[in-house]
Design a protein around this ligand. Structure first.
Ligand code: SAM
Length: 286
């Protein structure tokens, strides 16, 4: 049988199990060995590492990871893929397959059990319909992770890296940059997948900061401010924040804080840097 990371190897295994792709699970399997090599190289996995793979599919990348890591935990939602994974990964004794929805799993507990709570590495060709909740879940819940090397839709990678004053700048940019350093590894064309997605893809590596780049007294409060600012993008920050339910901020207090920062009361949230959001949050918490 041909290797899995090729179109013919993938077709062979899909036929053997009479597998049909589930669109609702974002199933686009990688069929390009150059891209697989690049992902594994970028993730700098060693035989000491415990790796979490989200959505192993038919196990193509899992094989690469298992050859390089001490242990791989692969979480796959689609039960139809489990017998296939048991077949394609039968030679690898360092892989645990978990048939679960990644969004429902307590990953912190798995890291505790499998890696003594020490940081793991996350590697994934993510299902695009839930990219943001997966990334935000890993970052905001402080899952111990050294790095997160992922294939995402190109425009999501653009949003992760950009700064103030661009249309792509938003809550995802600020969250990613607060918790990690993003670095684009490579662009990936739809022809590297089976079936081909309608969008371009990017492999991006997030190296998680040991300490965040800004000092903030209450992270949750800062991210609540950030969300409220971008939920009402067209409004001034003062209007956006004073209208936001749950924040309980009056206009006067916000204007006061902006003045103390040397910012005009007409400023929009989309022009503030991470540093400015952290200062604003600290001032409004007082
Ligand atoms: N890693 C494989 C590859 O690169 O060829 C498959 C990647 S495919 C883009 C995404 C995979 O994530 C699919 O196998 C899909 O079934 C799985 N998946 C989708 N939603 C999931 C969820 N909520 N939890 C775990 N796996 C999920």
């Amino acid at each position: 049988m041909a290797a899995l990371g090729t179109p013919s190897g993938t077709i062979d295994i899909l036929k053997k199990y009479n597998f049909s792709f589930q669109k609702r699970y974002g199933q686009n399997f990688l069929v390009d060995t150059h891209i697989l090599d690049k992902i594994v190289e970028a993730s700098s996995i060693t035989e000491k590492d415990c790796v979490l793979e989200i959505g192993p599919g038919i196990g193509t990348m899992t094989q690469y990871l298992a050859r390089n890591a001490r242990e791989v935990i692969a979480v796959e939602i689609d039960k139809m893929l489990i017998p296939i994974l048991e077949d394609t990964l039968s030679e690898y004794h360092n892989v645990t397959i978990i048939n679960e929805d990644i969004l429902k799993l307590d990953i912190g507990q798995i890291v505790e059990e499998r890696n003594g709570g020490k940081p793991i590495k996350v590697v994934a060709n993510l299902p695009y319909y839930i990219t943001t909740p997966i990334i935000m879940g890993l970052l905001e819940n402080h899952v111990p992770a050294e790095s997160i090397t992922i294939m995402v839709q190109k425009e999501v990678a653009d949003r992760m890296q950009t700064g103030p004053g661009t249309k792509d700048y938003g809550a995802l940019s600020l969250a990613v940059q607060y918790y990690a350093k993003p670095e684009v590894i490579t662009q990936v064309s739809p022809s590297c997948f089976m079936p081909k997605p309608k969008v371009g893809s990017t492999v991006i590596k997030l190296t998680v900061h040991e300490k965040p780049p800004v000092k903030v007294e209450d992270e949750r409060h800062m991210f609540a401010l950030i969300r409220a600012s971008f939920n009402q993008r067209r409004k001034t920050l003062v209007n956006g924040l004073s209208n936001a339910p749950g924040l309980g901020l009056d206009k006067e207090k916000i204007v006061h804080a902006l003045e103390a920062m040397g910012l005009k009361p007409t400023v929009r949230g989309e022009t503030l840097t991470l540093d400015e959001f952290s200062i604003l949050s600290n001032l409004l918490k007082k």
